[in-house]
Design a binder for this molecule. Structure first.
Ligand SMILES: [Zn+2]
Length: 176
C-alpha cells in the first residue's frame, strides 16, 4: 500500500476512500498508457476508461486537441463513447461500473459521473498534484465533496500509482 493520504482516519472513512485492488492497479496502467500515447501524439494527456464486470466499455483521453471542445475531458470522452450501453443499464448493473482516470476528476466530470450513475472512481494523480489553474474551484477535491453528493457518495480509490500520474502531468506541463 503506497498511497499517501493527507487526512486523518475518520475523514478517510467519511470520504469513502478505499485501497486499490490488483485489478485496479492493472486498469490504471491502461489509462496511464493511454495518456502517455496521447501526449506522444501532441494531444492533451488525461486518460480515462469505463470498466463493467471485467469488460472495458470505453477507453480514451481528453480530446480537446482533436475537437476544440474544452469540455472534452477524458472522463467526458469515455462517458460519451459508452453512452448507449450506460443508458441501457439497470441500477443493479450500474452498481458494477468503475471509471479509471489518470487525474482526479474535476467538478464538471464528477457531476457527470454522478448523473450517469457510476459508483466507483479510481484515479492516479490527485487534484493537488495539478497546477491550480487547472482546477475549477480552490481547494475543492472529490473526497471533500463526496458525502454531499445527492445521488450518494462514490467509492473512491485515490492516488493509485500516483507517481506515474504525476509524471504524466509533468510531461504535459513541460510541453505547454
Ligand atoms: Zn474534468
Amino acid at each position: 500500500m503506497t498511497t499517501q493520504y493527507s487526512m486523518p482516519p475518520e475523514e478517510l472513512k467519511s470520504a469513502n476512500l478505499h485501497a486499490p485492488t490488483d485489478l485496479d492497479e492493472q486498469m490504471i496502467d491502461k489509462v496511464l498508457e493511454e495518456a502517455n500515447r496521447a501526449i506522444d501524439q501532441g494531444k492533451a494527456g488525461v486518460g480515462a476508461m469505463i470498466l463493467w464486470r471485467g469488460e472495458i466499455l470505453a477507453l480514451g483521453h481528453n480530446t480537446f486537441e482533436e475537437t476544440g471542445d474544452m469540455t472534452a475531458h477524458g472522463e467526458m470522452t469515455v462517458l460519451r463513447q459508452a453512452a448507449r450501453r450506460l443508458s441501457q443499464m439497470s441500477a443493479e448493473e450500474k452498481a458494477d461500473l468503475s471509471i479509471y482516470v489518470t487525474l482526479e476528476p474535476c467538478l464538471m466530470c464528477l457531476s457527470a459521473i454522478s448523473f450517469v450513475g457510476i459508483k466507483r472512481v479510481v484515479y492516479s494523480a490527485l487534484a493537488e498534484d495539478a497546477n491550480e489553474e487547472q482546477w475549477v474551484a480552490h481547494g475543492i477535491s472529490i473526497d471533500k465533496l463526496n458525502s454531499s453528493l445527492v445521488r450518494g457518495p462514490l467509492e473512491l480509490v485515490a492516488g493509485v500509482k500516483r507517481e506515474a500520474g504525476k509524471a504524466i502531468l509533468a510531461r504535459m506541463h513541460k510541453r505547454s
